[in-house]
Design a protein around this ligand. Structure first.
Ligand SMILES: [Zn+2]
Length: 519
Protein backbone atom coordinates (compact mmCIF):
# COMPACT_ATOMS: atom_id res chain seq x y z
CA UNK A 1 0.00 0.00 0.00
CA UNK A 2 1.50 3.34 -1.04
CA UNK A 3 0.66 6.24 1.15
CA UNK A 4 1.34 9.79 0.09
CA UNK A 5 1.07 13.09 1.84
CA UNK A 6 -2.24 13.84 0.14
CA UNK A 7 -3.81 10.63 1.49
CA UNK A 8 -3.23 11.67 5.05
CA UNK A 9 -5.69 14.38 6.06
CA UNK A 10 -4.67 14.40 9.71
CA UNK A 11 -1.22 15.89 9.12
CA UNK A 12 -1.29 18.70 6.61
CA UNK A 13 0.14 22.07 7.46
CA UNK A 14 3.89 22.48 7.83
CA UNK A 15 3.47 23.70 11.39
CA UNK A 16 1.42 20.67 12.35
CA UNK A 17 3.86 18.24 10.76
CA UNK A 18 6.63 19.96 12.67
CA UNK A 19 4.76 19.80 15.95
CA UNK A 20 4.27 16.09 15.38
CA UNK A 21 7.98 15.62 14.65
CA UNK A 22 9.45 17.46 17.61
CA UNK A 23 6.87 18.42 20.21
CA UNK A 24 9.58 19.11 22.79
CA UNK A 25 11.27 22.02 20.96
CA UNK A 26 9.91 25.32 22.35
CA UNK A 27 9.09 28.15 19.98
CA UNK A 28 10.66 31.57 20.06
CA UNK A 29 9.21 34.84 18.89
CA UNK A 30 10.85 36.00 15.62
CA UNK A 31 12.05 39.15 17.46
CA UNK A 32 14.38 36.95 19.52
CA UNK A 33 16.43 36.78 16.29
CA UNK A 34 17.77 40.32 16.82
CA UNK A 35 19.98 38.96 19.62
CA UNK A 36 19.94 35.19 19.22
CA UNK A 37 21.00 35.20 15.54
CA UNK A 38 24.56 35.83 16.69
CA UNK A 39 24.41 34.35 20.22
CA UNK A 40 22.79 30.98 19.48
CA UNK A 41 22.16 30.71 15.72
CA UNK A 42 21.36 26.98 15.56
CA UNK A 43 18.92 27.08 18.50
CA UNK A 44 17.23 30.14 17.02
CA UNK A 45 16.83 28.40 13.65
CA UNK A 46 15.34 25.28 15.28
CA UNK A 47 12.90 27.31 17.35
CA UNK A 48 11.72 29.66 14.58
CA UNK A 49 10.83 27.05 11.94
CA UNK A 50 7.19 28.07 12.40
CA UNK A 51 7.70 31.81 11.71
CA UNK A 52 5.82 33.03 8.61
CA UNK A 53 7.98 34.71 5.96
CA UNK A 54 6.39 38.16 6.31
CA UNK A 55 7.30 38.28 10.02
CA UNK A 56 10.85 37.16 9.20
CA UNK A 57 11.01 40.00 6.67
CA UNK A 58 9.93 42.55 9.31
CA UNK A 59 12.74 41.33 11.57
CA UNK A 60 15.15 41.61 8.62
CA UNK A 61 14.02 45.20 7.90
CA UNK A 62 14.50 46.09 11.59
CA UNK A 63 18.01 44.63 11.52
CA UNK A 64 18.83 46.63 8.37
CA UNK A 65 17.54 49.79 10.08
CA UNK A 66 19.64 49.10 13.21
CA UNK A 67 22.62 48.40 10.95
CA UNK A 68 22.19 51.80 9.25
CA UNK A 69 22.10 53.53 12.65
CA UNK A 70 25.21 51.59 13.68
CA UNK A 71 27.10 52.66 10.53
CA UNK A 72 26.09 56.32 11.16
CA UNK A 73 27.33 56.04 14.73
CA UNK A 74 30.65 54.56 13.56
CA UNK A 75 31.09 57.27 10.91
CA UNK A 76 30.29 60.01 13.45
CA UNK A 77 32.74 58.46 15.91
CA UNK A 78 35.52 58.31 13.31
CA UNK A 79 34.91 61.95 12.34
CA UNK A 80 34.84 63.13 15.96
CA UNK A 81 38.32 61.63 16.55
CA UNK A 82 37.39 60.89 20.18
CA UNK A 83 36.98 57.78 22.31
CA UNK A 84 33.52 56.14 22.13
CA UNK A 85 32.46 57.26 25.61
CA UNK A 86 32.84 60.91 24.61
CA UNK A 87 29.09 60.95 23.95
CA UNK A 88 28.81 64.72 23.48
CA UNK A 89 31.38 64.89 20.69
CA UNK A 90 29.88 61.93 18.87
CA UNK A 91 26.32 63.27 19.24
CA UNK A 92 27.44 66.60 17.78
CA UNK A 93 28.96 64.74 14.84
CA UNK A 94 25.75 62.73 14.39
CA UNK A 95 23.76 65.97 14.26
CA UNK A 96 26.29 67.28 11.73
CA UNK A 97 25.86 64.12 9.67
CA UNK A 98 22.06 64.43 9.79
CA UNK A 99 22.32 68.07 8.62
CA UNK A 100 24.58 66.93 5.80
CA UNK A 101 22.05 64.27 4.69
CA UNK A 102 19.16 66.76 4.83
CA UNK A 103 21.24 69.22 2.77
CA UNK A 104 21.93 66.53 0.18
CA UNK A 105 18.22 65.76 0.03
CA UNK A 106 17.26 69.46 -0.38
CA UNK A 107 19.85 70.12 -3.06
CA UNK A 108 19.59 66.94 -5.11
CA UNK A 109 16.36 65.12 -4.18
CA UNK A 110 16.44 62.88 -7.25
CA UNK A 111 20.03 61.74 -6.59
CA UNK A 112 19.11 61.19 -2.97
CA UNK A 113 16.14 58.93 -3.79
CA UNK A 114 18.19 57.07 -6.38
CA UNK A 115 20.96 56.50 -3.88
CA UNK A 116 18.65 55.28 -1.10
CA UNK A 117 16.69 53.06 -3.48
CA UNK A 118 19.89 51.65 -5.02
CA UNK A 119 21.35 50.81 -1.61
CA UNK A 120 18.06 49.18 -0.59
CA UNK A 121 18.03 47.08 -3.77
CA UNK A 122 21.63 45.95 -3.24
CA UNK A 123 20.90 44.92 0.38
CA UNK A 124 17.67 43.09 -0.48
CA UNK A 125 19.24 41.45 -3.55
CA UNK A 126 22.21 40.20 -1.50
CA UNK A 127 19.83 38.87 1.16
CA UNK A 128 17.83 36.92 -1.44
CA UNK A 129 21.00 35.56 -3.05
CA UNK A 130 22.25 34.49 0.41
CA UNK A 131 18.87 32.83 1.02
CA UNK A 132 19.24 30.89 -2.24
CA UNK A 133 22.71 29.79 -1.09
CA UNK A 134 21.28 28.72 2.29
CA UNK A 135 18.60 26.50 0.70
CA UNK A 136 20.86 23.45 0.43
CA UNK A 137 21.90 23.61 4.09
CA UNK A 138 18.31 24.04 5.24
CA UNK A 139 16.90 21.36 2.90
CA UNK A 140 15.19 18.22 4.11
CA UNK A 141 12.70 15.74 2.70
CA UNK A 142 10.12 18.26 1.44
CA UNK A 143 9.14 19.96 -1.83
CA UNK A 144 11.92 22.10 -3.35
CA UNK A 145 10.09 25.37 -2.67
CA UNK A 146 9.90 24.40 1.03
CA UNK A 147 13.72 24.35 1.19
CA UNK A 148 13.89 27.71 -0.61
CA UNK A 149 11.42 29.21 1.87
CA UNK A 150 13.46 27.83 4.79
CA UNK A 151 16.60 29.41 3.31
CA UNK A 152 14.82 32.74 2.98
CA UNK A 153 13.41 32.57 6.54
CA UNK A 154 16.75 31.69 8.12
CA UNK A 155 18.65 34.34 6.17
CA UNK A 156 16.16 37.12 6.98
CA UNK A 157 16.08 36.13 10.65
CA UNK A 158 19.88 35.96 10.65
CA UNK A 159 20.49 39.48 9.25
CA UNK A 160 21.26 40.89 12.70
CA UNK A 161 24.40 38.72 12.97
CA UNK A 162 26.07 41.35 10.79
CA UNK A 163 25.65 43.99 13.54
CA UNK A 164 28.36 42.71 15.93
CA UNK A 165 30.66 42.06 12.94
CA UNK A 166 30.26 45.67 11.72
CA UNK A 167 30.66 47.03 15.25
CA UNK A 168 33.83 44.98 15.82
CA UNK A 169 35.56 46.06 12.59
CA UNK A 170 34.41 49.69 12.92
CA UNK A 171 35.50 50.12 16.50
CA UNK A 172 38.85 48.43 15.85
CA UNK A 173 39.52 50.87 13.00
CA UNK A 174 38.23 53.91 14.92
CA UNK A 175 40.19 53.09 18.08
CA UNK A 176 43.43 52.57 16.17
CA UNK A 177 42.83 55.76 14.22
CA UNK A 178 42.26 57.70 17.45
CA UNK A 179 45.36 56.22 19.10
CA UNK A 180 47.45 56.99 16.02
CA UNK A 181 46.30 60.64 15.91
CA UNK A 182 46.82 60.94 19.66
CA UNK A 183 50.34 59.57 19.40
CA UNK A 184 51.23 61.88 16.52
CA UNK A 185 50.04 64.88 18.52
CA UNK A 186 52.11 63.88 21.56
CA UNK A 187 55.30 62.88 19.71
CA UNK A 188 57.31 66.00 18.85
CA UNK A 189 59.35 64.77 15.93
CA UNK A 190 61.41 67.33 14.01
CA UNK A 191 61.16 66.49 10.33
CA UNK A 192 64.14 67.84 8.29
CA UNK A 193 63.40 70.72 5.91
CA UNK A 194 63.99 70.18 2.18
CA UNK A 195 66.86 72.23 0.64
CA UNK A 196 65.93 75.30 -1.41
CA UNK A 197 67.53 75.44 -4.87
CA UNK A 198 69.66 78.60 -5.38
CA UNK A 199 68.31 81.05 -8.01
CA UNK A 200 69.47 80.66 -11.62
CA UNK A 201 70.60 77.09 -11.08
CA UNK A 202 72.39 75.75 -14.18
CA UNK A 203 72.95 72.04 -14.89
CA UNK A 204 76.59 70.89 -14.70
CA UNK A 205 77.80 73.83 -12.57
CA UNK A 206 79.43 73.34 -9.10
CA UNK A 207 76.27 74.89 -7.55
CA UNK A 208 74.22 72.17 -9.24
CA UNK A 209 76.46 69.44 -7.78
CA UNK A 210 76.21 71.02 -4.32
CA UNK A 211 72.44 71.16 -4.59
CA UNK A 212 72.32 67.50 -5.65
CA UNK A 213 74.42 66.62 -2.59
CA UNK A 214 72.02 68.57 -0.34
CA UNK A 215 69.09 66.62 -1.80
CA UNK A 216 70.82 63.31 -1.07
CA UNK A 217 71.63 64.41 2.50
CA UNK A 218 68.06 65.57 3.01
CA UNK A 219 66.64 62.22 1.84
CA UNK A 220 69.05 60.32 4.06
CA UNK A 221 68.13 62.45 7.10
CA UNK A 222 64.45 62.08 6.35
CA UNK A 223 64.79 58.28 6.14
CA UNK A 224 66.66 58.25 9.46
CA UNK A 225 63.92 60.30 11.17
CA UNK A 226 61.26 58.05 9.66
CA UNK A 227 63.05 54.97 11.03
CA UNK A 228 63.30 56.65 14.43
CA UNK A 229 59.62 57.60 14.22
CA UNK A 230 58.57 54.05 13.39
CA UNK A 231 60.77 52.59 16.11
CA UNK A 232 59.23 54.89 18.71
CA UNK A 233 55.71 53.94 17.63
CA UNK A 234 53.85 51.40 19.78
CA UNK A 235 53.56 48.03 17.96
CA UNK A 236 49.78 48.31 17.54
CA UNK A 237 50.18 51.55 15.59
CA UNK A 238 53.09 50.24 13.52
CA UNK A 239 50.87 47.30 12.48
CA UNK A 240 47.57 49.21 12.48
CA UNK A 241 46.67 48.28 8.90
CA UNK A 242 47.55 44.63 9.49
CA UNK A 243 45.38 44.64 12.61
CA UNK A 244 42.41 46.16 10.79
CA UNK A 245 42.83 43.60 8.00
CA UNK A 246 42.94 40.79 10.57
CA UNK A 247 39.84 42.15 12.35
CA UNK A 248 37.91 42.26 9.06
CA UNK A 249 39.03 38.72 8.21
CA UNK A 250 37.99 37.48 11.65
CA UNK A 251 34.60 39.20 11.44
CA UNK A 252 33.93 37.78 7.96
CA UNK A 253 34.93 34.24 8.96
CA UNK A 254 32.79 34.46 12.11
CA UNK A 255 29.79 35.79 10.15
CA UNK A 256 29.98 32.98 7.57
CA UNK A 257 30.35 30.35 10.30
CA UNK A 258 27.39 31.73 12.29
CA UNK A 259 25.25 31.91 9.15
CA UNK A 260 26.11 28.28 8.28
CA UNK A 261 25.28 27.13 11.85
CA UNK A 262 21.84 28.74 11.56
CA UNK A 263 21.18 27.64 7.98
CA UNK A 264 22.00 23.97 8.61
CA UNK A 265 20.02 23.55 11.84
CA UNK A 266 17.49 20.72 12.21
CA UNK A 267 14.18 21.43 10.45
CA UNK A 268 12.10 19.05 12.53
CA UNK A 269 9.96 17.84 9.61
CA UNK A 270 9.03 14.13 9.58
CA UNK A 271 10.09 12.25 6.40
CA UNK A 272 7.46 12.22 3.67
CA UNK A 273 5.99 9.02 2.28
CA UNK A 274 7.54 8.07 -1.06
CA UNK A 275 6.87 4.97 -3.14
CA UNK A 276 9.89 2.63 -3.13
CA UNK A 277 11.76 3.09 -6.42
CA UNK A 278 14.30 1.03 -8.29
CA UNK A 279 17.62 2.77 -7.63
CA UNK A 280 18.75 2.10 -11.20
CA UNK A 281 15.77 2.95 -13.40
CA UNK A 282 13.23 4.67 -11.12
CA UNK A 283 10.56 1.98 -11.55
CA UNK A 284 7.98 1.79 -8.74
CA UNK A 285 8.80 -1.32 -6.67
CA UNK A 286 5.74 -1.13 -4.38
CA UNK A 287 4.47 -4.53 -5.45
CA UNK A 288 7.78 -6.27 -6.12
CA UNK A 289 8.81 -9.08 -3.71
CA UNK A 290 11.91 -8.34 -1.63
CA UNK A 291 13.88 -11.22 -3.23
CA UNK A 292 12.63 -10.51 -6.77
CA UNK A 293 13.92 -8.34 -9.57
CA UNK A 294 12.89 -5.00 -11.04
CA UNK A 295 10.50 -5.76 -13.87
CA UNK A 296 11.82 -2.77 -15.83
CA UNK A 297 15.63 -3.19 -15.73
CA UNK A 298 16.03 -6.65 -14.19
CA UNK A 299 18.26 -5.55 -11.28
CA UNK A 300 17.65 -7.37 -7.96
CA UNK A 301 15.22 -5.51 -5.66
CA UNK A 302 17.81 -6.08 -2.93
CA UNK A 303 20.11 -3.57 -4.71
CA UNK A 304 17.46 -0.86 -4.29
CA UNK A 305 15.79 -1.63 -0.98
CA UNK A 306 18.28 -3.93 0.80
CA UNK A 307 19.93 -2.91 4.07
CA UNK A 308 23.32 -2.17 2.43
CA UNK A 309 22.01 0.40 -0.05
CA UNK A 310 23.02 4.04 0.63
CA UNK A 311 25.32 3.33 3.52
CA UNK A 312 26.53 6.94 3.53
CA UNK A 313 29.88 8.44 2.52
CA UNK A 314 33.17 6.97 3.88
CA UNK A 315 33.47 10.15 6.01
CA UNK A 316 30.26 9.17 7.85
CA UNK A 317 32.09 5.97 8.86
CA UNK A 318 35.38 7.68 9.73
CA UNK A 319 35.34 6.21 13.25
CA UNK A 320 35.62 2.72 11.68
CA UNK A 321 37.49 3.45 8.44
CA UNK A 322 39.97 5.89 9.97
CA UNK A 323 39.77 9.66 9.67
CA UNK A 324 42.52 10.25 7.13
CA UNK A 325 41.58 7.25 4.96
CA UNK A 326 37.91 8.30 4.96
CA UNK A 327 38.92 11.84 4.00
CA UNK A 328 41.01 10.65 1.05
CA UNK A 329 38.37 8.15 -0.08
CA UNK A 330 35.70 10.87 -0.18
CA UNK A 331 37.95 13.29 -2.05
CA UNK A 332 38.93 10.66 -4.62
CA UNK A 333 35.49 9.13 -5.20
CA UNK A 334 33.68 12.48 -5.39
CA UNK A 335 36.06 13.68 -8.11
CA UNK A 336 36.71 10.44 -10.05
CA UNK A 337 33.52 8.35 -9.62
CA UNK A 338 30.81 10.99 -9.01
CA UNK A 339 27.76 8.86 -9.87
CA UNK A 340 28.70 5.82 -7.79
CA UNK A 341 29.62 8.22 -4.97
CA UNK A 342 26.19 9.84 -5.32
CA UNK A 343 24.57 6.42 -4.96
CA UNK A 344 26.06 6.08 -1.47
CA UNK A 345 24.72 9.40 -0.13
CA UNK A 346 21.49 9.45 1.85
CA UNK A 347 18.75 11.81 0.76
CA UNK A 348 16.00 11.43 3.35
CA UNK A 349 17.99 10.79 6.52
CA UNK A 350 19.42 13.85 8.27
CA UNK A 351 23.23 13.83 8.06
CA UNK A 352 25.69 16.45 9.30
CA UNK A 353 29.03 14.78 8.48
CA UNK A 354 29.52 16.75 5.23
CA UNK A 355 29.59 20.03 7.19
CA UNK A 356 32.58 18.79 9.19
CA UNK A 357 34.23 17.51 6.01
CA UNK A 358 33.93 20.99 4.53
CA UNK A 359 35.24 22.51 7.78
CA UNK A 360 38.32 20.28 7.48
CA UNK A 361 38.96 21.62 3.96
CA UNK A 362 38.68 25.33 4.87
CA UNK A 363 42.09 25.71 6.62
CA UNK A 364 43.78 24.03 3.63
CA UNK A 365 41.89 26.31 1.28
CA UNK A 366 42.90 29.43 3.21
CA UNK A 367 46.53 28.34 3.32
CA UNK A 368 46.53 27.85 -0.47
CA UNK A 369 44.80 31.21 -0.96
CA UNK A 370 47.32 32.96 1.34
CA UNK A 371 50.25 31.47 -0.58
CA UNK A 372 48.57 32.41 -3.87
CA UNK A 373 48.07 36.05 -2.87
CA UNK A 374 51.62 36.19 -1.46
CA UNK A 375 53.06 34.80 -4.71
CA UNK A 376 50.98 37.21 -6.79
CA UNK A 377 52.24 40.16 -4.74
CA UNK A 378 55.88 39.06 -4.97
CA UNK A 379 55.53 38.48 -8.75
CA UNK A 380 54.13 41.98 -9.27
CA UNK A 381 56.11 44.03 -6.74
CA UNK A 382 59.29 41.95 -6.88
CA UNK A 383 59.94 42.46 -3.17
CA UNK A 384 59.61 40.37 -0.03
CA UNK A 385 56.79 41.80 2.13
CA UNK A 386 58.23 40.11 5.24
CA UNK A 387 61.23 42.48 5.22
CA UNK A 388 59.41 45.77 5.80
CA UNK A 389 55.66 45.49 5.98
CA UNK A 390 54.92 49.20 5.72
CA UNK A 391 51.70 48.74 3.78
CA UNK A 392 50.29 46.06 6.07
CA UNK A 393 50.20 43.61 3.17
CA UNK A 394 50.42 40.59 5.49
CA UNK A 395 47.09 41.63 7.00
CA UNK A 396 45.75 42.19 3.50
CA UNK A 397 46.82 38.65 2.51
CA UNK A 398 45.00 37.21 5.56
CA UNK A 399 41.92 39.20 4.66
CA UNK A 400 42.21 38.09 1.03
CA UNK A 401 42.60 34.45 2.12
CA UNK A 402 39.44 34.62 4.24
CA UNK A 403 37.69 36.47 1.43
CA UNK A 404 38.73 33.73 -1.04
CA UNK A 405 37.49 31.03 1.34
CA UNK A 406 34.22 32.94 1.80
CA UNK A 407 33.85 33.35 -1.95
CA UNK A 408 34.45 29.64 -2.57
CA UNK A 409 31.98 28.73 0.19
CA UNK A 410 29.46 30.84 -1.69
CA UNK A 411 30.37 29.04 -4.95
CA UNK A 412 29.91 25.74 -3.10
CA UNK A 413 26.43 26.71 -1.86
CA UNK A 414 25.58 28.04 -5.32
CA UNK A 415 26.68 24.72 -6.88
CA UNK A 416 24.40 22.82 -4.50
CA UNK A 417 21.39 25.09 -5.04
CA UNK A 418 22.02 25.00 -8.81
CA UNK A 419 22.10 21.18 -8.86
CA UNK A 420 19.02 21.00 -6.62
CA UNK A 421 17.22 23.41 -8.93
CA UNK A 422 18.31 21.39 -11.99
CA UNK A 423 16.58 18.25 -10.70
CA UNK A 424 13.64 19.99 -9.02
CA UNK A 425 10.15 19.09 -10.12
CA UNK A 426 6.98 18.80 -8.05
CA UNK A 427 6.46 15.07 -8.53
CA UNK A 428 10.01 13.95 -7.86
CA UNK A 429 12.31 13.96 -4.86
CA UNK A 430 13.96 17.18 -3.70
CA UNK A 431 17.67 16.45 -4.27
CA UNK A 432 19.01 19.50 -2.40
CA UNK A 433 20.03 17.46 0.72
CA UNK A 434 22.34 15.34 -1.48
CA UNK A 435 23.44 18.29 -3.62
CA UNK A 436 24.84 20.09 -0.57
CA UNK A 437 26.67 16.91 0.51
CA UNK A 438 28.07 16.60 -3.03
CA UNK A 439 29.27 20.20 -3.00
CA UNK A 440 30.89 19.77 0.44
CA UNK A 441 32.63 16.48 -0.40
CA UNK A 442 34.12 18.25 -3.42
CA UNK A 443 35.93 20.55 -0.94
CA UNK A 444 39.33 19.10 -2.00
CA UNK A 445 38.45 20.11 -5.58
CA UNK A 446 38.06 23.69 -4.33
CA UNK A 447 41.46 23.44 -2.61
CA UNK A 448 43.04 22.30 -5.89
CA UNK A 449 41.25 25.12 -7.71
CA UNK A 450 42.61 27.70 -5.24
CA UNK A 451 46.11 26.32 -5.69
CA UNK A 452 45.72 26.53 -9.46
CA UNK A 453 44.30 30.08 -9.35
CA UNK A 454 47.32 31.29 -7.31
CA UNK A 455 49.87 29.55 -9.54
CA UNK A 456 48.09 30.77 -12.67
CA UNK A 457 48.12 34.36 -11.39
CA UNK A 458 51.89 34.16 -10.78
CA UNK A 459 52.45 32.54 -14.20
CA UNK A 460 50.35 35.18 -15.96
CA UNK A 461 52.40 37.97 -14.33
CA UNK A 462 55.74 36.31 -15.13
CA UNK A 463 54.72 35.61 -18.73
CA UNK A 464 53.98 39.29 -19.39
CA UNK A 465 56.56 39.55 -22.25
CA UNK A 466 54.88 36.61 -23.99
CA UNK A 467 51.49 38.30 -23.68
CA UNK A 468 52.92 41.51 -25.10
CA UNK A 469 54.39 39.58 -28.01
CA UNK A 470 51.08 37.83 -28.66
CA UNK A 471 49.03 41.02 -28.51
CA UNK A 472 51.46 42.69 -30.95
CA UNK A 473 51.56 39.78 -33.38
CA UNK A 474 47.92 38.75 -33.34
CA UNK A 475 46.37 42.12 -32.58
CA UNK A 476 42.84 40.77 -32.64
CA UNK A 477 40.32 43.59 -32.75
CA UNK A 478 39.07 44.58 -29.33
CA UNK A 479 41.84 42.76 -27.44
CA UNK A 480 44.42 45.03 -29.03
CA UNK A 481 42.49 48.02 -27.73
CA UNK A 482 42.88 46.81 -24.15
CA UNK A 483 46.48 45.74 -24.59
CA UNK A 484 48.38 42.83 -23.06
CA UNK A 485 47.03 43.35 -19.52
CA UNK A 486 43.48 42.64 -20.73
CA UNK A 487 44.79 39.49 -22.40
CA UNK A 488 46.45 38.46 -19.13
CA UNK A 489 43.26 38.94 -17.11
CA UNK A 490 41.09 37.31 -19.74
CA UNK A 491 43.20 34.14 -19.90
CA UNK A 492 43.21 33.88 -16.10
CA UNK A 493 39.45 34.34 -15.87
CA UNK A 494 38.80 31.83 -18.69
CA UNK A 495 41.00 29.20 -17.02
CA UNK A 496 39.11 29.67 -13.74
CA UNK A 497 35.76 29.54 -15.53
CA UNK A 498 36.83 26.10 -16.73
CA UNK A 499 37.33 25.00 -13.11
CA UNK A 500 33.93 26.43 -12.15
CA UNK A 501 32.19 24.54 -14.95
CA UNK A 502 33.89 21.26 -13.98
CA UNK A 503 32.90 21.86 -10.35
CA UNK A 504 29.22 22.47 -11.22
CA UNK A 505 29.29 19.42 -13.51
CA UNK A 506 30.68 17.19 -10.73
CA UNK A 507 28.11 18.44 -8.19
CA UNK A 508 25.32 17.74 -10.68
CA UNK A 509 26.75 14.27 -11.49
CA UNK A 510 26.94 13.26 -7.80
CA UNK A 511 23.47 14.65 -7.18
CA UNK A 512 22.02 12.75 -10.13
CA UNK A 513 23.09 9.53 -8.37
CA UNK A 514 20.39 10.21 -5.76
CA UNK A 515 17.46 10.73 -8.13
CA UNK A 516 15.73 7.52 -7.02
CA UNK A 517 17.00 7.40 -3.44
CA UNK A 518 14.78 5.55 -0.99
CA UNK A 519 16.73 6.49 2.16
ZN1 LIG B 1 14.91 -0.96 -12.33
Amino acid sequence: MIRTQEDNPTIQSTAERMAAACPAEPRWSPWAALIMAWVRPATLARRTNHVPLWKAYLVHLTAVFLGTLLVWFLVAWSKSDKLPWDVTAITLMLVDLAHHIVREYRNWPQDFYLWVFGTFLVIEGSALLTAFLAAGWAATDEPFRGSLAAGVRRTWLGTSLLLPAILFVGSTGNTLNYLSNDWQRSSRIQWPMPPQPPPDLQKGTPEWDAYQQQEVDYNRAWQAVLREYERAMPWYLRHAQTLIGMASALALAWAIWTWLCGASAERGLPPRDHPPLCEWCGYNLSHAPADGRCSECGRPVEESLGPDVRAGSPWEHRAVVGRWRAWRLCAWEAMIRPISFGRRLRLRTRVTAHGWYLASCIPLLMACAWVGWFGFYVAIEKRNPFEADNQGVLGVFSMAAVFTAGFLTAVLCLGASFAGFLFASPDRRNLLPVAIQAAAYLGPFLVLWTLFAGLAAVAVVLLEPVYREISQRVGVGLLQLFGPSALQRLSWVLANMGWLIVYLYLVARITSGARCANR
